[in-house]
Design a binder for this molecule. Structure first.
Ligand code: CMP
Length: 139
Protein backbone atom coordinates (compact mmCIF):
# COMPACT_ATOMS: atom_id res chain seq x y z
CA UNK A 1 0.00 0.00 0.00
CA UNK A 2 1.03 3.61 -0.48
CA UNK A 3 2.17 4.93 2.91
CA UNK A 4 3.69 8.05 4.39
CA UNK A 5 6.54 7.99 6.87
CA UNK A 6 8.40 10.60 8.87
CA UNK A 7 12.13 10.96 8.18
CA UNK A 8 14.71 13.22 9.81
CA UNK A 9 18.26 14.04 8.73
CA UNK A 10 20.15 14.55 12.00
CA UNK A 11 22.67 17.28 12.97
CA UNK A 12 25.75 15.12 12.30
CA UNK A 13 24.62 14.74 8.68
CA UNK A 14 23.52 18.34 8.01
CA UNK A 15 26.91 19.45 9.44
CA UNK A 16 28.64 17.38 6.76
CA UNK A 17 26.41 18.75 3.98
CA UNK A 18 24.77 15.37 3.39
CA UNK A 19 21.15 16.54 3.01
CA UNK A 20 21.17 16.09 -0.76
CA UNK A 21 23.04 12.78 -0.76
CA UNK A 22 20.69 11.25 1.82
CA UNK A 23 17.54 12.58 0.15
CA UNK A 24 18.73 11.19 -3.17
CA UNK A 25 19.04 7.72 -1.66
CA UNK A 26 15.37 7.83 -0.65
CA UNK A 27 14.30 9.24 -4.02
CA UNK A 28 16.33 6.66 -5.93
CA UNK A 29 14.47 3.94 -4.01
CA UNK A 30 11.14 5.32 -5.20
CA UNK A 31 10.15 7.41 -2.20
CA UNK A 32 8.79 10.90 -2.84
CA UNK A 33 9.46 13.92 -0.62
CA UNK A 34 5.97 15.37 0.03
CA UNK A 35 7.09 17.73 2.83
CA UNK A 36 10.51 19.04 3.87
CA UNK A 37 11.92 21.77 6.09
CA UNK A 38 15.10 22.62 7.95
CA UNK A 39 14.59 22.89 11.71
CA UNK A 40 17.03 23.71 14.53
CA UNK A 41 14.92 22.21 17.27
CA UNK A 42 14.96 23.39 20.87
CA UNK A 43 15.83 21.09 23.74
CA UNK A 44 12.12 21.03 24.66
CA UNK A 45 11.09 20.09 21.13
CA UNK A 46 13.63 17.25 21.15
CA UNK A 47 12.34 16.01 24.52
CA UNK A 48 8.78 16.07 23.22
CA UNK A 49 9.62 14.29 20.01
CA UNK A 50 11.57 11.54 21.80
CA UNK A 51 9.23 11.32 24.83
CA UNK A 52 8.86 7.52 24.42
CA UNK A 53 12.56 7.23 25.30
CA UNK A 54 12.48 9.45 28.41
CA UNK A 55 13.35 6.63 30.84
CA UNK A 56 16.28 5.43 28.74
CA UNK A 57 19.84 6.08 29.94
CA UNK A 58 20.71 7.81 26.67
CA UNK A 59 17.73 10.25 26.72
CA UNK A 60 19.71 13.33 27.85
CA UNK A 61 22.51 12.69 25.39
CA UNK A 62 19.97 12.11 22.60
CA UNK A 63 18.08 15.37 23.25
CA UNK A 64 21.32 17.32 23.65
CA UNK A 65 22.57 16.04 20.30
CA UNK A 66 19.29 16.54 18.44
CA UNK A 67 19.17 20.20 19.52
CA UNK A 68 22.88 20.82 18.80
CA UNK A 69 22.41 21.87 15.17
CA UNK A 70 20.03 21.90 12.23
CA UNK A 71 18.00 18.89 11.15
CA UNK A 72 15.88 18.37 8.05
CA UNK A 73 12.44 16.92 8.77
CA UNK A 74 10.66 15.27 5.86
CA UNK A 75 7.61 13.23 4.97
CA UNK A 76 8.31 10.46 2.47
CA UNK A 77 5.54 8.80 0.48
CA UNK A 78 5.52 5.59 -1.52
CA UNK A 79 4.80 1.89 -1.67
CA UNK A 80 5.61 0.41 1.78
CA UNK A 81 7.29 3.70 2.70
CA UNK A 82 7.81 2.80 6.37
CA UNK A 83 9.68 -0.45 5.78
CA UNK A 84 11.47 0.89 2.70
CA UNK A 85 12.76 3.93 4.60
CA UNK A 86 14.06 1.67 7.39
CA UNK A 87 15.78 -0.61 4.91
CA UNK A 88 17.56 2.32 3.27
CA UNK A 89 18.62 3.73 6.68
CA UNK A 90 20.10 0.44 7.93
CA UNK A 91 20.39 -0.68 11.56
CA UNK A 92 20.33 1.95 14.35
CA UNK A 93 23.91 1.09 15.30
CA UNK A 94 26.18 1.69 12.28
CA UNK A 95 28.31 -1.27 13.42
CA UNK A 96 25.32 -3.51 12.58
CA UNK A 97 24.20 -1.68 9.43
CA UNK A 98 24.26 -3.46 6.06
CA UNK A 99 26.55 -2.36 3.23
CA UNK A 100 25.12 0.43 1.13
CA UNK A 101 22.76 1.75 3.80
CA UNK A 102 22.80 5.38 4.95
CA UNK A 103 24.02 4.52 8.43
CA UNK A 104 26.77 2.23 7.14
CA UNK A 105 27.91 4.96 4.78
CA UNK A 106 27.57 8.00 6.99
CA UNK A 107 26.76 7.38 10.68
CA UNK A 108 29.43 8.25 13.27
CA UNK A 109 27.97 6.21 16.16
CA UNK A 110 24.70 4.84 17.54
CA UNK A 111 23.85 8.33 18.79
CA UNK A 112 25.13 10.35 15.83
CA UNK A 113 23.51 8.03 13.32
CA UNK A 114 22.61 10.54 10.60
CA UNK A 115 18.91 9.71 10.17
CA UNK A 116 15.72 8.83 12.01
CA UNK A 117 12.66 7.13 10.52
CA UNK A 118 9.30 6.04 11.94
CA UNK A 119 9.01 2.41 12.97
CA UNK A 120 5.26 1.79 12.45
CA UNK A 121 2.12 3.40 10.94
CA UNK A 122 0.97 4.81 14.31
CA UNK A 123 4.32 6.42 15.10
CA UNK A 124 4.58 7.73 11.52
CA UNK A 125 1.24 9.52 11.92
CA UNK A 126 2.26 10.95 15.32
CA UNK A 127 5.70 12.07 14.18
CA UNK A 128 4.34 13.69 11.00
CA UNK A 129 1.77 15.57 13.10
CA UNK A 130 4.50 16.68 15.54
CA UNK A 131 6.41 18.59 12.83
CA UNK A 132 3.94 19.34 10.05
CA UNK A 133 0.48 20.82 9.60
CA UNK A 134 -1.82 19.44 6.91
CA UNK A 135 -1.18 22.34 4.53
CA UNK A 136 2.56 21.53 4.54
CA UNK A 137 1.95 18.04 3.12
CA UNK A 138 1.98 18.41 -0.63
CA UNK A 139 1.58 15.05 -2.34
P1 CMP B 1 16.39 7.11 16.41
O1 CMP B 1 15.83 6.28 15.32
O2 CMP B 1 16.44 8.56 16.19
O3 CMP B 1 15.55 6.82 17.74
C1 CMP B 1 16.11 6.96 19.03
C2 CMP B 1 17.58 7.25 18.99
O4 CMP B 1 18.26 7.06 20.18
C3 CMP B 1 18.24 6.30 18.02
O5 CMP B 1 17.87 6.62 16.71
C4 CMP B 1 19.70 6.49 18.36
O6 CMP B 1 20.31 7.52 17.63
C5 CMP B 1 19.61 6.90 19.82
N1 CMP B 1 20.21 5.85 20.64
C6 CMP B 1 19.80 4.59 20.76
N2 CMP B 1 20.61 3.91 21.59
C7 CMP B 1 21.54 4.79 22.01
C8 CMP B 1 22.64 4.69 22.87
N3 CMP B 1 22.96 3.54 23.47
N4 CMP B 1 23.38 5.79 23.06
C9 CMP B 1 23.05 6.96 22.45
N5 CMP B 1 22.00 7.10 21.62
C10 CMP B 1 21.28 6.03 21.40
Amino acid sequence: AIERTFSMIKPDATARNLTGAITKMFEDAGLRVVASKRVWMSRRQAEGFYAVHKERPFFDELCEFMSSGPTVVQVLEGENAIAKNREIMGATNPADAAEGTIRKLYANSIGENSVHGSDAPETAAEEIRYWFSDVELVG
